[in-house]
Design a protein around this ligand. Structure first.
Ligand SMILES: Nc1nc2c(ncn2[C@@H]2O[C@H](COP(=O)(O)OP(=O)(O)OP(=O)(O)O)[C@@H](O)[C@H]2O)c(=O)[nH]1
Ligand SMILES: [Mg+2]
Ligand SMILES: [Zn+2]
Length: 315
């Protein structure tokens, strides 16, 4: 039988099958045979060991169309980066890190701002504008308003569903922004309680601990993930950073120097675009901060990589 791994905890894999059952499986021999560790999202061949207790064994991993490192998941088409507009307010530097991480892994991102129902100052509009300007698909929703069938909540949720349809999407975002609440809405067309709200931070008590792939409809899956509160840039040289900012890539043709860092060179198309308001200042400032951070992590890394590319011997 074939199925899809929806969750993995401590050597056990939970496999969802086409006949809508879920089997608890081990993956004996799979790793030895094809040298790959099973990932959530993997399509697998399984044998049923005990149909009553729903126990099985994964015999074979089927080919992957994609493989993400963070979060560790296979066969994902896109990311839904979720931040709340208030409670907690978005940390745009962290949001940019999530976007970079997805760009780096070649996965397109949709940015979803939640908790529109308590956005009294209309801040969501401004956040949407910043990221729409970079070329990202953005939207504002409210899991809560939608669950209460409040007026106007449905259309944005329908829009979100349409973007997810037929695809496998991983969510990403910090803790407490409503990732699980939104997924519950999408799954049940109705919100399940995500727990008592702690009054101070409005953070649910049902904090997600393990990534889990959830079927919204037959060919539509969404991966709920634990929230992160910080994210370090990984495996990147500072010279590469600009290539993960779509709006910088758009303007760099106007820079005088090839390989312009957009930090201090004269005649820089990116800095001109910032001055003229075509690139958002928040994004550019985060670019500069992250550039500095990469420079400090390993000042020699860039040089080593260049000498490698020239074919010199690796030490
Ligand atoms: N006002 C308001 N509160 C919301 C909304 N969506 C979720 N919440 C609340 O925000 C809190 C956190 O929601 P969760 O869905 O658990 O957040 P999460 O992003 O899954 O958090 P982690 O699993 O810890 O990463 C809960 O108390 C929800 O009730 C919304 O649209 N509006
Ligand atoms: Mg959660
Ligand atoms: Zn430049």
């Amino acid at each position: 039988m074939q199925g899809k791994i929806v969750k993995g905890i401590a050597g056990f894999y939970y496999v969802h099958t086409a006949d809508n059952n879920r089997y608890e499986c081990k993956a004996k021999g799979v790793f030895r045979k094809d040298g790959r560790k099973p990932l959530v999202g993997d399509n697998v061949e399984l044998e049923i060991l005990d149909p009553e207790k729903h126990l099985g064994n994964i015999r074979k991993l089927l080919p992957r169309t994609s493989e993400l490192i963070r979060p560790a998941v296979a066969n994902v088409d896109q990311a839904l980066v979720i931040f709340s507009i208030v409670k907690p307010q978005p940390n745009l530097n962290l949001l940019d890190r999530f976007l970079i991480m997805m760009e780096q892994q070649g996965i397109p991102s949709i940015i979803c701002f939640n908790k529109m129902d308590i956005d009294e100052e209309g801040a969501g509009q401004r956040y949407e504008e910043i990221y729409r300007n970079c070329g990202y698909r953005t939207l504002q929703v409210s899991a809560r308003a939608w669950a209460r069938s409040a007026e106007g909540a449905e259309s944005s949720m329908e829009e979100l569903l349409a973007l997810l349809k037929g695809k496998t999407t991983t969510v990403a975002g910090p803790s407490g922004v409503g990732k699980s609440s939104l997924i519950n809405c999408l799954q049940h067309n109705k919100v399940m309680e995500t727990g008592v709200i702690s009054t101070k931070i409005e953070r649910g008590k049902h904090t997600t601990r393990h990534s889990e792939l959830i079927a919204i409809s037959e060919d539509t899956y969404i991966l709920d993930t634990p929230g992160f509160s910080s994210l370090s840039l990984f495996d990147m040289e500072k010279e590469e950073l600009a290539s993960f900012f779509p709006e910088l890539v758009r303007e760099e043709q106007y820079c005088k120097f090839a390989g312009c860092s957009h930090i201090q060179e004269p005649v820089c198309g990116v800095r001109d675009a910032v001055a003229e308001g075509h690139i958002s200042r928040e994004r550019y400032e985060n670019y500069c901060l992250l550039y500095e951070e990469l420079k400090n992590i390993n000042p020699y890394k860039g040089k080593i990589a260049i000498s490698k590319k020239k074919g010199k011997e690796e030490k």
